[in-house]
Design a protein around this ligand. Structure first.
Ligand SMILES: [Ca+2]
Ligand SMILES: [Ca+2]
Length: 99
């Protein structure tokens, strides 16, 4: 498998590892989303001062308003975070090349 294929597989595996916990493996409940973020995105969660961060994220992403996130609804979170990370990465690279 290629690097990108591996990334996609990891993302899918990760989603289902947490989504499967309550027996409904097709969606992340709020509890499952919270656990996923605490375990997999601790740095991001620490930067957020608001204790309601997970609730807000769920509300933002939940398009069909069932209080759960399908894989499709979950992806924009990863995309958004990746875009933020990429900005940091570019900045970091620029700093390095200045030296
Ligand atoms: Ca679930
Ligand atoms: Ca939903």
């Amino acid at each position: 498998m290629t690097e990108l294929e591996n990334c996609m597989e990891s993302l899918i595996t990760l989603f289902h590892r947490y989504a499967d916990e309550d027996g409904d493996g097709s969606t992340l409940s709020k509890k499952e989303l919270k656990k996923l973020m605490e375990n997999e995105l601790p740095t991001f969660l620490k930067c957020q001062k608001n204790p309601k961060t997970v609730d807000n994220i769920l509300k933002d992403l939940d398009q069909n308003k069932d209080d759960k996130l399908s894989f499709e609804e979950f992806l924009p979170l990863i995309v958004g975070l990746s875009m933020a990370c990429e900005k940091c990465y570019v900045l970091h690279q620029k700093k390095k090349s200045k030296k």
